[in-house]
Design a protein around this ligand. Structure first.
Ligand code: ATP
Length: 286
């Protein structure tokens, strides 16, 4: 299986540079794209799905070049951030419609297989307006999978889902990456941690870091501290240090702190992906 090669990609909107010299090699499997609002994630996804042309740079997947948009569309599936459809259309009609647009050969068989895969077979006759948020996202994934794409692009996969739906949708995403490149863009670190093997971090249009989830978490090794303080000391500590999480334990707070040197009384903690992400963002901003 080929890697997706993104080579010195630049995307400008008039004078604003939304993607600035981004180079990435993305291996098959689940790949995360992390970054705060405005980092350029949606822009990158739109360029990858040919909705926007690149200003400079090249993208290739095997013999397919992004200079030939028609070829790219044949091998890509996309679940946009706002996947809204007519409320009166049935699930199977939505899929049939997309299958026609994608030129799928045996539509009936492929739709059946995909409905099974996303666990919607029993809801196939329901109208879109009758579905929960999680089910709508599953229809979104189903339509992205039609035509057996080599690259599937998913923007903000769990936005608007309740916690249970989120967990179920993550499990579904996890099952997709066996024979495809599945690119997931989000600012929710847990989505990436739960679904991806590797990830890249974007900030202000630039690539800040990339690598395995372990490597990205490891960026914060020796920089994460846990400190338990009485309630009344909370604000003082929060002013002096970069507190990235806090949990209340009775009348005390357990604080997670990002710092190069240990705060007095703090214990060093093993970093998570979120710690590595925050560390990389702070480092990039300074
Ligand atoms: N059509 C446009 N015209 C001008 N500037 C734009 C346009 N679309 C996006 N931008 C700008 O480009 C930058 C990147 O936006 P983009 O939507 O790609 O970021 P993002 O990481 O997806 O953020 P979000 O999670 O908020 O969607 C932002 O500064 C944004 O304001």
């Amino acid at each position: 299986m080929d890697n997706l090669i993104i080579d010195r990609l630049v995307k400008k909107y008039d004078k604003h540079t939304a993607l600035n010299d981004v180079s990435l090699e993305i291996t098959p499997g689940m790949y995360g794209l992390l970054g705060p609002n405005g980092a350029g994630k949606t822009t990158l996804m739109r360029v990858l799905t040919t909705l926007l042309p690149a200003t400079e740079g090249e993208i290739r997947l095997g013999s397919v070049s992004w200079k030939q948009a028609d070829d790219v569309r044949r091998i890509t599936g996309y679940l946009p951030q706002k996947f809204a459809l007519y409320k009166h259309i049935r699930v199977e009609e939505v899929l049939d419609h997309v299958a026609v647009l994608k030129g799928v050969g045996d539509r009936r068989r492929e739709i059946e297989t995909i409905l099974e895969q996303v666990n919607l077979t029993e809801h196939r006759k329901k109208k879109m307006g009758q579905l929960s948020g999680g089910m709508v996202r599953r229809v979104g994934i189903a339509q992205a999978l039609l035509g057996d794409p080599r690259l599937v692009v998913v923007d903000e996969p769990t936005a608007g889902l309740d916690p249970e739906e989120r967990i179920r949708f993550r499990r579904l995403l996890r099952s997709l990456g066996r024979d495809k490149i599945v690119l997931i863009s989000t600012h929710i670190v847990e989505d990436i941690e739960a679904t991806c093997d590797r990830a890249a971090i974007l900030h202000k249009g630039r690539l800040v870091e990339q690598g395995s989830i372990d490597r990205l978490g490891g960026l914060a090794t020796g920089k994460v501290w846990v400190l338990t303080v009485p309630q009344q000391d909370f604000y003082e500590v929060a002013e002096a240090y970069d507190v990235i999480a806090s949990h209340r334990l009775g009348d005390r707070y357990r604080l997670r702190i990002l710092a190069d040197t240990p705060p007095p009384g703090a214990v060093c903690a093993a970093p998570t992906l979120e710690d590595g992400y925050l560390y990389a963002m702070r480092r990039d901003a300074s």
